[in-house]
Ligand binder design. Structure first.
Ligand code: NAI
Ligand code: AKG
Length: 450
């Protein structure tokens, strides 16, 4: 590596730390991308001349607003709302909203930064951003959730729209919340603008397969990785973490491909089911009853509940982290490697910490980072936007085929960029970062210094 490229990267990293003090998650997400870029910058000195790195690490706009609301008992609460509009070079800002007590400026900036490159890999016309609130939806009634969503959108509506910024779901934001957010936007602006949000109900502009898309896409990407080593999912045991949208539809697709998913989790613990996950029971508990994973073991004799350790202690062929950031540390990664895992692919955003990534990269396994592996959700969001602007509703088969070919294309881009910049085909970290970055950087050059 030339010292020039490394010096440039190091100076951008230092400046970022000074200008964004204390934002650990954001620093790590940026470092994760910058660490892949030295060979790219060596081939493209013009990126430095036009300050591409300095501009790409700085959000175009960061909106931070108050979200006051009243609970069912008449008690007043004030939460914080955020939207980071990180980069609109490839299209209007696109990315989800997260409602979780851990949400902070650093969390939305890390998620928004990752989203730029993920969205670029989908080859759809979408820029990158993210948002959310430190609101905790757990235990809140439907009416409380509705009032919170209405207040959140009242703070945000001026800054979003189908040509500007199109939110969607993430942790704590599913179909119910998208409905309340859309309803309040419609009331405030006085028009029905279907394309202003994705993940909508099927009866009012939503797309088939959007609910399933991230999980289905994750399994498709992992299938492509396994194929490079002559393997498929038939008969493979798989550990999955989480039990939300991404986890559930990953499990559904794994079962369809003949794999045996044996774990899932939530913040109260994790479950090992020796006979393989009973998907209908899990969906009933999580989606209908809005219960906890402990409820599953009460009705399923083959399953055990654990509150110590992690799903990563279970020996498996494939591991799919689908819960949240930093759920695999160096020790978890070493355990997975010791137990002979063949592939790890990230349904969640940044679930593996920096040490865990080093362990995976040093081992002879397939490691698919989230910005490539979990891009299926935002890809189908872009298909939802296309259907909205054409006033069409495509069939399930059509969308499933398009999703699969987008995931195959993302896999191909990763392999080609990995070969180009590292000389080997299976460095999916460098592959995904370099391919996503070059697509955005080239468009930034075209559009001038803005
Ligand atoms: N929904 C989507 O389309 C996409 C989601 N993602 C990512 O996938 C991950 C999961 O998101 P969703 O399934 O949409 O959210 P969700 O709200 O439907 O589910 C989140 C799941 O993670 C679990 N969880 C949260 N914190 C946890 C913790 N500390 N320990 C164990 N479990 C924990 C929750 O209990 C829940 O089961 C997030 O990292 C999200 O950013 C990535 C791409 C798209
Ligand atoms: O569908 C979308 O717009 C966003 C999905 C998302 O938030 C993500 O990919 O992490």
């Amino acid at each position: 590596m030339s010292s020039t490229a490394n010096d440039y990267i190091e100076s951008v990293r230092r400046e970022l730390a000074v200008r964004n003090p204390g934002e650990k998650e954001f620093h790590e997400a940026v470092t994760g991308v910058l660490d892949s870029l030295a060979p790219v910058l060596e081939q493209h000195p013009e990126y430095r001349d036009f300050a591409i790195l300095e501009r790409i690490v700085e959000p175009e706009r960061m909106i931070h607003f108050r979200v006051p609301w009243v609970d069912d008992g008449g008690v007043y609460h004030v939460n914080r709302g955020y939207r980071v509009q990180f980069n609109s070079t490839l299209g209007p800002i696109k990315g989800g909203l997260r409602f979780h007590p851990t949400v902070s400026a650093s969390i939305v900036k890390f998620l928004g930064f990752e989203q730029i490159f993920k969205n670029a890999l989908t080859a759809q016309q979408i820029g990158g951003g993210k948002g959310g609130s430190d609101f905790d939806p757990h235990g809140r009634s439907d009416n409380e959730i509705m009032r919170f969503c209405q207040s959140f959108m009242t703070g945000l509506y001026r800054h979003v729209g189908s040509k500007v910024d199109i939110p969607a779901g993430d942790i704590g934001v599913g179909g119910r919340e998208i409905g309340y957010l859309f309803g309040q936007y419609k009331r405030l602006v006085g028009s029905f603008e279907a394309g202003m949000i994705t993940g909508k109900g099927l009866g009012w502009g939503g797309s088939l397969i959007r609910t399933e898309a991230t999980g289905y896409g994750l399994v498709a990407f992992t299938r492509e990785m396994l194929q490079t080593r002559g393997e498929d999912f038939e008969g493979q045991t798989v550990s999955v973490s989480g039990s939300g949208n991404v986890a559930i539809y990953s499990i559904e697709k794994l079962l369809a491909l003949g794999a045996k998913p044996v774990t899932f989790s939530d913040s109260s613990g994790w479950v090992y089911d020796a006979e393989g996950v009973d998907l209908e029971l899990l969906k009933e508990i999580k989606d209908v009853r809005r219960g906890r994973v402990a409820d599953y073991v009460k009705e399923r004799p083959s399953a055990d509940l654990h509150t110590d350790g992690a799903v990563w202690d279970v020996p498996v062929d494939v591991a799919l982290p689908c819960a949240t950031q930093y759920e695999i540390d160096g020790d978890h990664a070493r355990t997975l490697v010791k137990n002979g895992v063949k592939a790890v692919a990230e349904g969640a955003n940044m679930p593996t910490d920096a040490e865990g990534i080093e362990v995976f990269e040093a081992a002879d396994l397939l490691y698919g980072p989230g910005k490539a592996a979990n891009a299926g959700g935002v890809a189908v969001s872009a298909l939802e936007m296309q259907q909205n602007s054409a006033r069409q509703s495509w069939t399930r088969e059509d969308i499933a085929d398009r999703l699969d070919s987008i995931m195959q294309d993302i896999h191909r881009q990763c392999v080609e960029a990995s070969e180009k910049y590292t000389g080997r085909p299976d460095d999916y970290v460098v592959g995904s970062n370099a391919a996503g970055f070059v697509r955005v950087a080239e468009a930034m050059l075209d559009q001038g210094v803005v």
